[in-house]
Design a protein around this ligand. Structure first.
Ligand SMILES: C[S@@+](CC[C@H](N)C(=O)[O-])C[C@H]1O[C@@H](n2cnc3c(N)ncnc32)[C@H](O)[C@@H]1O
Length: 267
């Protein structure tokens, strides 16, 4: 039974079936990038704007440091999960705001000393125009001298080839609310020309005997960019890259890096 306020599946919400599982699925990310993002909050202060902050995985601990923050996200279901997480942590709407919006077009009429984009949401940008719009949004919301901090994985097809066009078990989890067993299988296709990855995820609900009680296929397409392309795009959009790293451990960036992480200011 649904109510008027319960998020419904929609074409704009490709996180609909993932929102309540997101924090369980991606808990491992916290070890990777959270200490880095929180160190930038300690250094540059708030209020913090996180573009595509989703369930608040990074934003909520950031708000604990900075005092206030805003999550702008396209997915109503991710925002709903973020609100639930904030309430569970005792944070109220005066500390953290959840705004439904597109990072390419949103205009809050406010400026922030720190804007984060964690979890590579810029890889939802399909083309140069999307990137230009996303970076214009960042410019519009930065205070003079404010920082834009984000990162991307360094995509290497050699390493990804083993996942290409084959179905593999991505993992099994238990639903954090219901305890239901969920097995997830992924089938990825890569378009090296377009620089895109399309993931078909097959999610199976299992009973305790391992019998599949429900199976769902969902699709998500992301567009990757190489570090040099991102660096050039940032510079063309009028950003100065103040620091760049090859990982969230602040190791130097180089050809063998696994990530490209930056702290930028708008000229
Ligand atoms: C991988 S999640 C990252 C969430 C969060 N930043 C984190 O690190 O846990 C990507 C998020 O980007 C959001 N998203 C995708 N395209 C967007 C857009 N054009 N504008 C705003 N949010 C978007 C999705 O709804 C999702 O919440």
């Amino acid at each position: 039974m649904t109510t008027g306020t319960t998020p419904q599946p929609s074409a704009d919400d490709d996180y609909f079936f993932e929102a309540d599982l997101y924090d369980t699925l991606w808990a491992g990310l916290n070890k990777l990038d959270l200490p880095f993002f929180l160190s930038t909050v300690k250094e540059f202060g708030g209020p913090v704007l996180e573009l595509a902050a989703g369930t608040g995985r990074v934003l909520l601990p950031a708000v604990r440091i900075a005092g206030t923050g805003v999550d702008v996200d396209l997915s109503v279901s991710m925002l709903e999960q973020g609100r639930r997480n904030a309430a569970a942590e005792g944070l109220d709407e005066s500390a953290v705001r959840f705004v439904e919006g597109d990072l390419r077009t949103v205009r809050l009429g406010e400026r922030f000393p720190l804007i984060l984009a964690a979890g590579q949401p810029l890889f939802h940008c399909a083309n140069d125009e999307d990137w230009a719009e996303a970076l214009a949004t960042v410019r519009e919301h930065l205070t003079p001298g404010g920082r834009f901090v984000s990162g991307i994985p360094y995509f290497r097809f050699d390493e990804m080839a083993k996942y290409s066009e084959r179905l593999y078990l991505a993992g099994e989890i238990r639903h954090p609310g219901t305890g239901q067993r969920i097995a997830m299988w992924d089938y990825n296709t890569y378009d090296l020309q377009e620089q895109s990855i399309t993931r078909r995820r097959v999610s199976e609900l299992l009973d305790e005997d391992g019998l599949v009680t429900e199976r769902r296929h969902t699709f998500r397409k992301n567009y990757y960019r190489y570090p040099n392309e991102v660096r050039r795009t940032l510079q063309q959009a009028g950003f100065t890259i103040e620091r760049e790293y090859g990982g969230y451990d602040e190791s130097p960036y180089g050809p063998d890096s696994e990530h490209y992480v930056w702290v930028a200011t708008a000229r």
